[in-house]
Write a protein that binds this ligand. Structure first.
Ligand code: SF4
Length: 153
């Protein structure tokens, strides 16, 4: 990929979101991996975020999924669900603040798995617009869910 031209790579990724940027990033990233990391994907956050197109969230995903490091990628689901449940305080208003609070309270060996629990819970139960509180298995432990239930009784 480091030798690829834009037009070589673009057709292969055009079905995904933001294919223009991703094509440029993939080529740039491949070149930088060869130049700075001997062609190996580094496994530290600091090194990963030097690559084009890789931000903190992606670096957290790579290190936690591939290397089981206790890093928490905070996407829109993790952010919303953590705040609703009360796993983090409402003063955690940025993904980085949520990440730091979650890491502090989740046992280290479960952080990389907890990331998936929170994403799946947000995707299928604790939906952004209409959380399915009546069907939710953790309703008794959820700050927002119990508050809503109390105010409707
Ligand atoms: S009880 Fe409702 S708000 Fe709380 S985690 Fe479950 S679905 Fe989300």
């Amino acid at each position: 990929m480091a030798l690829a031209e834009f037009d070589d790579l673009f057709p292969l990724v055009k079905s995904i979101s933001y294919p223009n940027n991703k094509t440029k990033h993939l080529i740039g990233m491949s070149q930088l991996l060869l130049k700075n990391f001997k062609g190996e994907v580094p496994m530290t956050i600091d090194a990963l975020v030097t690559l084009p197109g890789v931000g903190r969230k992606t670096a957290n995903v790579i290190t936690s999924v591939i290397d089981q490091q206790p890093n928490m990628a905070v996407d829109t689901h993790v952010f919303r669900v953590s705040r609703r449940i009360g796993l983090v305080s409402m003063t955690a208003t940025t993904p980085l603040a949520v990440e730091k609070e979650l890491i502090k309270h989740i046992p280290t060996h479960q952080v990389h798995t907890a990331h998936h629990w929170l994403i799946l819970h947000g995707r299928y139960t604790c939906l952004a617009r209409s959380p399915k509180c009546a069907l939710c298995g953790i309703l008794p432990f959820c700050k927002e869910g119990t508050n809503k239930k109390a105010s409707s009784e």
